[in-house]
Design a protein around this ligand. Structure first.
Ligand SMILES: NC(=O)C1=CN([C@@H]2O[C@H](COP(=O)(O)OP(=O)(O)OC[C@H]3O[C@@H](n4cnc5c(N)ncnc54)[C@H](OP(=O)(O)O)[C@@H]3O)[C@@H](O)[C@H]2O)[C@@H](O)CC1
Ligand SMILES: Nc1ncnc2c1ncn2[C@@H]1O[C@H](COP(=O)(O)OP(=O)(O)O)[C@@H](O)[C@H]1O
Ligand SMILES: [K+]
Length: 512
């Protein structure tokens, strides 16, 4: 699913109105009717107080329509107009009149007003600001927002949490609604997925308001949300008359004394994701443990006991995954540098492999184009430098990836794969995966997918999705805390099955 900027959403809105030859208030009615249906299907007439806080723009207009519909269905409502500007939108005014026609009288909150009482048992509808927010809310509006947050009432935000801009970080983190649930129109917003701004969104769901599909299809988006429908078509089926050579020979290079487990996890994951053959290249101290822990893996060793000081592979690997647990010894660094110089095909670089690149940026030109780099936030910072915000981080990563023609996997709760100026936002995974070695598993998986012929960017996107899915399946059976990297590996097979599960077997629940 594409992720649009505010301008692109306004454009789709305009194009829908033109194409369907409707007025904008019809679209507002359609959008808010969906909000009503959502709430009504859950409340089913329960007598709970619904307090609606509506701004004076179209987001507030949506709130007005919702208020009218709730009133028509005998819900107990209280409507507040947050009167932050004289420039009211036409559709807001129209729907304010329609509400008054039904003898519902909103109270107007302005700078001087007392804050309304909100009980923790109320339902708050937050329709103060939508995607039109373009500057910091005034302090009195910010205080109202803080008051709503402190009420502990269930807060349903219309389109976006009020106070959260869609293209930058908030001016004041206190002046943003912490939404229990966001019903967002048509397309998800990038801010829902970034660590600094995703915290305002507990759960979200898309409400389809029928924006012009042609316009959406034709518009190039900088970011895309990668759910099952986007990822499934990337799958490359196994062929009946195939053999292990068909699926490539992966080589995993890494490990040092005390860090052989990283290679064990990566090789195991590489095999489980389907690589035909897997060889590990480790220092001598890793030989016995690897041979006994992963019998399917072939093991090569360097000449030293505890670290890698030269890298010689006596055959042409389909793909190399390098860096996990490899350490930063001088000899290891120079072995890594010479290995890069003689490598021509895309590889996967992780962990200390990335740290070596950060410390020796002249090596970057030798990284084969279309290689996949998998930094966690610290490693990314060492590679591209400090950033001012998540938005800045993504822009800098895009520039870095384009400069060297690489795929960069920005790992996190919503891992974002960056390639060729675009970002692909992952939807699977959970906090149980914040555990030692889960990154090594990912590196092994992406390596194994490249070995099977996936293109670099697809191997990264597909691998990240499958890795998160394995984590979700692992967590569903054992919870977050007990999830370990080796359990992720065990669930790779189940993750494939889950990917192919027929849609009709799924629960119809779009919430995230
Ligand atoms: N897209 C769609 O398909 C559909 C969208 N719909 C809905 O429309 C919503 C967008 O509505 P919107 O454009 O009227 O903007 P909204 O967020 O209500 O803000 C109102 C105005 O406030 C102003 N303003 C900004 N910041 C401010 C501040 N800090 N303090 C004070 N004022 C501030 C600014 O005006 P300005 O003063 O800059 O002229 C802004 O225009 C969208 O989120 C969705 O809910 C649906 O109805 C149907 C289909
Ligand atoms: N809160 C989270 N939600 C979802 N996935 C997470 C979360 N925290 C970490 N992960 C995932 O776990 C992996 C951690 O990688 P990394 O930090 O390199 O671990 P390690 O170095 O221990 O192998 C990444 O793929 C990341 O996306
Ligand atoms: K809102």
């Amino acid at each position: 699913m594409k992720i649009f900027s505010a301008q692109q959403i306004y454009q789709a809105d305009k194009s829908t109105i033109q194409r369907e030859q409707i007025t904008s208030d019809v679209l507002m009615e359609r959008a808010a009717t969906q909000l009503f249906e959502w709430l009504h299907s859950r409340l089913r007439g329960t007598q709970v107080n619904v307090q609606l806080f509506c701004g004076i723009g179209n987001n507030g207009g949506d709130g007005m329509v919702l208020a009218r519909k709730l009133h028509e269905h005998d819900y107990s409502i209280k409507v507040h107009v947050v009167n932050y500007s004289e420039r009211r939108s036409e559709d807001f005014l129209l729907n304010l009149e329609r509400l008054k026609d039904m003898k519902v009288w909103p109270d107007f909150i302005n700078k001087e007003s007392d804050l309304p009482q909100i009980s923790p048992n109320d339902i708050v509808v937050d329709a103060i600001f939508g995607i039109g927010l373009n500057r910091a809310p005034d302090d009195w509006v910010g205080n109202l927002i803080r008051h709503i947050n402190n009420s502990r009432a269930f807060t349903l935000s219309v389109d976006v949490p009020s106070g959260l801009p869609v293209d930058r970080n908030p001016w004041n983190s206190e002046y943003v609604i912490r939404a229990s649930y966001v019903l967002s129109f048509q397309l998800p917003k990038l801010v829902f997925f970034l660590p600094e701004t995703g915290i305002y969104v507990n759960q979200w769901e898309i409400v389809d308001i029928g924006l012009d599909p042609d316009c959406i299809a034709k518009t190039d988006a900088d970011f895309e949300l990668m759910g099952r429908p986007e990822v499934l078509p990337m799958y490359r089926p196994r062929l009946k008359f195939s053999h292990k050579g068909t699926y490539g020979h992966s080589v995993i290079i890494g490990g040092s004394y005390g860090k052989i487990g990283a290679v064990q996890l990566a090789t195991n994951a590489c095999l489980s994701v389907g690589s035909g053959l897997v060889t590990a290249f480790v220092p001598k101290c890793g030989y016995d443990s690897l041979q006994s822990a992963v019998p399917e893996v072939m093991v090569l060793t360097g000449s030293r006991e505890k670290s890698i000081s030269e890298i010689e592979i006596p055959f042409e690997p389909s793909v190399v995954g390098i860096g996990m647990g490899i350490g930063l010894d001088d000899d290891t660094v120079s072995a890594f540098g010479s290995f890069l110089k003689k490598s021509n095909s895309p590889m996967v670089i992780d962990a200390d492999g990335l740290n070596i690149l950060s410390q020796n940026p002249e090596m970057l030109k030798d990284v084969p184009r279309l290689s996949v780099l998998t930094p966690h936030p610290k490693e990314l910072q060492r590679l591209i430098g400090e950033w001012a915000s998540d938005f800045d981080k993504l822009e800098k990563t895009k520039a870095f990836a384009s400069k060297y023609d690489l795929v960069v996997v920005v790992k996190g709760a919503h891992t974002i794969t960056i390639y060729n100026g675009k970002g692909y936002v992952n939807t699977t995974g959970n906090p149980g995966m914040a555990t030692a070695g889960s990154g090594d598993v990912l590196t092994g998986m992406i390596t194994g997918l490249l070995a099977q012929g996936y293109l670099s960017v697809e191997a990264a996107i597909f691998g990240v999705y499958l890795h998160g899915l394995a984590g979700d399946l692992g967590a569903s059976s054992m919870g977050y805390e007990a999830l370990k990297a080796s359990i992720l590996v065990k669930h790779i097979g189940n993750a494939y099955s889950e990917l192919f599960r027929q849609p009709e077997m799924e629960q119809k629940d779009n919430a995230h």
